[in-house]
Ligand binder design. Structure first.
Ligand SMILES: [Zn+2]
Length: 105
């Protein structure tokens, strides 16, 4: 069984098997040295760039802005949820997320 992951509405939603599961305008906390100089990035998610899956983990790259320092840009791959037994569960929104550097191209 394949899970279908798509970005909809010009980056406003992540769709999982045709259900709109994750939307922009949320605040995510990132532990990333690459995005900005803050110890923790308080990222306003403005736009989903692309979505993928690594094992059971659904990951996205997002365009957003750190509300603490104002830096903006595109992140590495950030976990957003998991596929378990064919259904999607979003990870807790309060967790600190660890972007994964791109491994190719
Ligand atoms: Zn910052």
């Amino acid at each position: 069984m394949t899970t279908r992951l798509r970005v909809l509405d010009d980056g406003a939603w992540i769709s999982v098997d045709n259900y709109r599961e994750v939307r922009v305008s949320e605040l995510w906390r990132l532990d990333s040295d690459e995005f900005c100089a803050c110890d923790l990035t308080d990222l306003i998610v403005e736009n989903f760039q692309t979505v993928g899956v690594d094992g059971s983990t659904v990951e996205v790259r997002v365009y957003g802005q750190c509300i603490a320092c104002g830096a903006s840009g595109t992140t590495g791959w950030i976990p957003v949820g998991r596929i378990l037994d064919g259904s999607f569960t979003e990870i807790d929104r309060s967790v600190v997320r660890h972007p994964r550097p791109e491994t190719n191209s």
